[in-house]
Design a protein around this ligand. Structure first.
Ligand SMILES: Nc1ncnc2c1ncn2[C@@H]1O[C@H](COP(=O)(O)OP(=O)(O)OP(=O)(O)O)[C@@H](O)[C@H]1O
Ligand SMILES: [Mg+2]
Length: 477
């Protein structure tokens, strides 16, 4: 029985007293009913009499609203308990207070402020450790708000004070969407952008094993020859061209092996990624409380992007294991390109290290945040190591099915709702919350990316720019 003044909406939470404590339920469905209209024969009879039914009976007085509630759990003081006992029929149902909801779902007042619970004005503030220590996956169709949410998360991380615990963040930014942080008056001083054209991998700093990782097609024999050469010049600074010269000049390498090595090394040289020293240096890339964006939008070459991802991920992970850099989070946009489920070894250069990071990262406080619009193409082993998923709108039935299987605690009505979520609303599932929780992502405080401009605005701005160029040229003549 509901309190007369309570407004009920689908998805809203309610509470009622039971012997176990306060039962928290979610309105699974609401519908109106009226028994006057239950017998079509009577309705027809009245209609054919020419008079509306409510002229004869007080029909509208008999209309009532039914809300189906599914129990989520029991609130017994702070925290969450399983619901094992039914409430008595007739128990009054009321709206839960904000503090009760926050405590029930395990929210943290001093956590990361991501948004609010739909239909309630309860802030969704999530504890940093619970959200990130065991990795996060943000999944949804294109345009559902994944990057926007990541922007909100970044604002929260960049706004933390040293005593609250600040982490460093590195984003592998496939579309160049996060550069806007460097133009934001509040966050620009904490942000560094590194375009892919400036990234350099110091070949002489690489172990032969790491170089082998970038050339997954090499046979054992071919790899052994490269290792021999690298060992012979250990301690010296050299680039790919030097290595190619050495292969060409070596008399010990068989002709067939030599040709393969030269063509593979030539391919690495063409990528423009390899030099004699590293750029950016790790102390510039990882700064506590700072954001570094590796802007990969300057290349469409997937292999090149994967080499950068593999190199940065491995280096960060290794030096974090030695405690030389602060705890950090590596954000991977378009994660299915970097940790694909099905691709061959040769087209999944970064999969190995990202899988290792997913498995072992939490012990070293090296967190992953994987963002993807094709969860089904993301390596299942990695996705299952992401203990929190934030799922925005997903419509593809295969992706939905995959999510249903890989995210714990999602019931089928909840799964159904995911396909009709509005932009900017998502479901948090897993470690970060006591029970799956829908969240309306808050508005961004910082400059949003100009990559997401509405079509009209982008077209109008292009026109303005072209006109200005013509004007400038005319002025010059
Ligand atoms: N929480 C939100 N509040 C307001 N607007 C939002 C929100 N989330 C997303 N949007 C709007 O939707 C647009 C698309 O969002 P976004 O770029 O984050 O999508 P995406 O999921 O990252 O898509 P893609 O997979 O193509 O990268 C944004 O430019 C923004 O205008
Ligand atoms: Mg995006």
């Amino acid at each position: 029985m509901i309190n007369k003044d309570t407004i009920v909406r689908r998805g809203q939470f309610v509470q009622l007293k039971t012997e176990e404590g306060r039962l928290i339920g979610r309105v699974a469905d609401v519908y109106k009913t009226n028994r006057y209209f239950m017998r079509p024969e009577s309705v027809k009879e009245y209609q054919s009499s020419g008079k509306p039914m409510d002229d004869i009976f007080p029909v509208s007085d008999w209309e009532y609203l039914v809300a189906d509630i599914s129990a989520v759990g029991v609130y017994k003081g702070p925290g969450f308990g399983e619901c094992l006992f039914p409430p008595s029929p007739g128990t009054i149902v009321v709206e839960p207070e904000n503090e009760v909801l926050a405590s029930f779902f395990g929210l943290d007042e001093s956590g990361l402020y991501l948004g609010s619970i739909p239909h309630h004005d309860t802030d969704v503030r999530i504890n940093l450790t619970r959200l990130l220590q065991k990795h996060l996956a943000i999944l949804a169709i294109s345009g559902a708000g994944k990057s926007y949410l990541t922007g909100v998360l970044m604002e929260e991380l960049l706004s933390r004070k040293p005593e609250q615990g600040q982490i460093a963040t590195v984003i592998l930014d496939t579309h160049g969407e996060y550069s806007s942080f460097s133009r934001d008056p509040v966050f620009s001083s904490q942000t560094r952008i590194f375009p892919v054209s400036e990234v350099q991998i110091g070949l002489s700093n690489l172990s032969p094993y790491q170089l082998g990782e970038f050339m997954p097609n090499l046979s054992h024999v071919q790899l052994r020859e490269i290792m021999k050469l690298m060992r012979s010049i250990r301690g010296k600074a050299y680039g790919v061209s030097d290595l190619i010269d050495m292969v060409e000049e070596s008399d010990d390498i068989k002709v067939a092996t030599r040709d393969v090595l030269i063509s593979v090394l030539e391919e690495l040289r063409m990528s423009g990624l390899f030099g004699v020293s590293d750029y950016p240096p790790m102390n510039e890339l990882v700064r506590q409380g700072g954001l570094s964006v590796i802007d990969l939008s300057g290349t469409t070459n997937l292999r090149k992007k994967q080499i950068v991802a593999a190199y940065i991920a491995r280096k960060l992970f290794n030096i974090r294991r030695n405690g030389m850099i602060p705890p950090y989070m590596l954000v991977v946009e378009e994660a299915h390109q970097f940790v694909p489920e099905q691709a061959s070894k040769e087209s999944a250069i970064s999969r190995g290290i990202l899988t290792t990071m997913a498995r072992e990262g939490r012990k070293f406080h090296a967190s992953l945040c994987l963002i993807s619009q094709r969860p089904i193409q993301l390596a299942t082993t990695v996705l299952s190591q992401c203990n929190t998923h934030i799922i925005l709108r997903v419509t593809n039935p295969y992706d939905l099915d995959h999510i249903g299987k890989s995210s714990e605690g999602i019931t089928s009505p909840v799964l159904k709702q995911i396909s009709s979520l509005p932009v900017g609303t998502g479901l948090i599932v897993g470690e970060a919350v006591n029970s799956p929780l829908f969240v309306r992502i808050r508005s961004r405080k910082s400059r949003a990316s100009d990559k997401g401009l509405p079509l009209e605005q982008a077209a109008a701005e292009y026109h303005k720019r072209v006109r200005q160029k013509i004007k400038d040229a005319e002025g010059f003549m």
